[in-house]
Design a protein around this ligand. Structure first.
Ligand SMILES: Nc1nc2c(ncn2[C@@H]2O[C@H](COP(=O)(O)OP(=O)(O)OP(=O)(O)O)[C@@H](O)[C@H]2O)c(=O)[nH]1
Ligand SMILES: [Mg+2]
Length: 463
């Protein structure tokens, strides 16, 4: 491996470290990936036609002014004009030369996340699937399989969710020591408004909870979302015209509403109703009529609330975003080790080991232990303990005390030491290697915490 190539890999790693969490949105063709990306960004920038329009991998990054560029396989960058505020259908360069499109937008959501929209898996053309896999797994963008994504949003429609787990395993194999697991993968049960049930959103939420509980090692959470309702609410499509059209259908009985086009409803503007239907879908047509009577603002609010998008954002903000630096650090160290082995440089391997042994880096060991545990023993007692540490909870909570004691601060050091010796005992009694390893990591966590608490002087602090 030439020096220049090594430098290229190192540069890639540095850029990745400096960026917010790179969240790749993956799933089957037409699962609703781009609609979801638009909903998260709050603009209809990604094409979402019913055809295979997401043919290239597209990165959405925070940046000003708004602009887009095509990155070619040879590294050259060609500016791309945003059509209105949307990506154009045509890229103006041969598709086979394209590595990816990068869009810079001044959108709040992108401050914490770089979103990577990918072509559907199991698409009509093999190249599309290869591009999606490469974007996530890294075979194309980096020859050294460093992978580009830190985390995955796995979008799946109810009818297809039994498939595709193999893809998650591939992602796992390509992501270094911190592989795809509940630590860095969230599931989205998409198009929840189309669930075949009397209460589609409710049924979708129940199914999402069931998937989450039956595959705790795979997903850090599974959320039912209607990307369509969320996108419409946030990207300015819920207009007064749409609200008025819905409101004029308010008197129609639920049972005959699906046949609204052939009904003779007084005051109904059929063109406006067709537009409304494309904006809110059949579920919105049925349930959005009431809120629509109060006008567009009320309908917009209803669409956003009903869509479940906030539930998804809560999980993202509560788990993935706070862990971003750990996920990145863990991946980068794994990639550096691989690079060191590949070029036969012992110095790099020694440095990685040295860094990993530093107490400051211990949360990486906690994250990796959690990852292994979720895959093999998700019910173990060590799991909530690791999660409490990783969530940065106050010391008394980390130590499992029922409430904040008066002796907070350095007064808790003996508790931490006791927790460390209990964890050591757990490690020696553990029946599975992952539990033993997690208990050993916890023993060190509590030991570090005790040190930290003892080092404090002065009045008790809130921790
Ligand atoms: N009713 C409803 N329709 C949706 C929803 N999400 C997406 N759709 C529709 O499903 C079709 C495909 O949506 P996209 O967001 O383009 O799906 P995609 O996964 O990006 O598709 P590809 O990039 O082609 O793989 C579009 O017609 C969307 O309007 C949803 O939550 N509810
Ligand atoms: Mg798409």
């Amino acid at each position: 491996m030439a020096d220049l190539e090594v430098r290229g890999v190192l540069d890639e790693l540095l850029v990745g470290l400096a960026e917010p969490l790179r969240l790749a949105v993956v799933g089957r063709v037409k699962a609703g990936k781009s609609t979801l990306v638009n909903a998260l960004i709050g603009r209809r920038v990604a094409p979402t036609a019913a055809g295979e329009c997401t043919r290239v991998v597209t990165w959405y990054r925070y940046g000003s002014p708004d602009r887009a560029e095509v990155v070619l396989r040879d590294g050259a960058r060609v500016p791309l004009r945003l059509d209105g505020r949307r990506l154009p259908e045509q890229l103006g360069v041969p598709l086979e030369d394209v590595s990816r499109v990068v869009v810079h937008l001044q959108a709040g959501a992108l401050r914490d996340l770089t979103l990577i929209d990918t072509p559907g898996l199991a698409t009509l053309t093999e190249e599309n699937e290869a591009a999606a896999r490469a974007a996530v797994l890294g075979q194309e963008c980096s020859k050294y399989a460093t992978g580009d994504a830190d985390a995955l949003l796995y979008v799946v429609r109810e009818s297809e969710r039994a498939d595709d787990i193999a893809f998650l395993h591939d992602f796992a194999a390509a992501s270094g020591s911190l592989t795809a697991s509940a630590v860095n993968t969230l599931g989205v049960l998409s198009q929840a408004d189309l669930f075949n049930a009397q209460d589609p959103m409710g049924a979708a939420q129940r199914t999402a909870r069931r998937i989450a509980s039956t595959s705790p090692g795979q997903f850090g959470g599974v959320v039912a979302v209607s990307g369509l309702l969320a996108q419409s609410a946030r990207a300015g499509q819920v207009s007064e015209t749409v609200a008025a059209a819905l409101a004029s259908l308010d008197g129609v009985a639920d049972a005959i509403l699906p046949a609204w086009q052939s009904l003779d409803v007084s005051g109904l503007d059929k063109a406006a109703a067709a537009q409304a239907f494309s904006v809110v879908g059949p579920y919105g047509l049925l349930r959005g009529r009431g809120p629509a009577r109060q006008g567009a603002t009320s309908l917009r609010r209803w669409c956003e609330e009903a869509s479940g998008i906030r539930d998804l954002e809560e999980v993202l903000e509560g788990t993935m975003v706070p862990r971003a630096h750990l996920i990145k650090a863990s991946r980068t160290l794994g990639q550096l080790s691989r690079l060191g082995r590949r070029v036969g440089c012992q110095r790099v391997l020694d440095l990685v080991e040295e860094v990993e042994l530093d107490p400051v880096m211990h949360p990486i060991a906690e994250l990796r232990a959690l990852h292994d545990l979720l895959g093999t023993a998700p019910e173990s007692a060590q799991r909530p303990r690791l999660e409490a540490l990783l969530a940065g909870l106050p010391a008394w909570q980390v130590l499992g005390l029922p409430e904040a004691p008066d002796r907070a601060g350095s007064g808790l050091a003996p508790d931490a030491r006791e927790a460390a010796s209990r964890a050591r005992a757990d490690a020696s009694l553990a029946v599975t290697p992952a539990v033993a390893a997690a208990a050993t990591v916890l023993a060190r966590s509590y030991q570090i915490l005790a040190h930290h608490l003892e080092a404090r002087r002065g009045p008790a602090d809130p921790t």
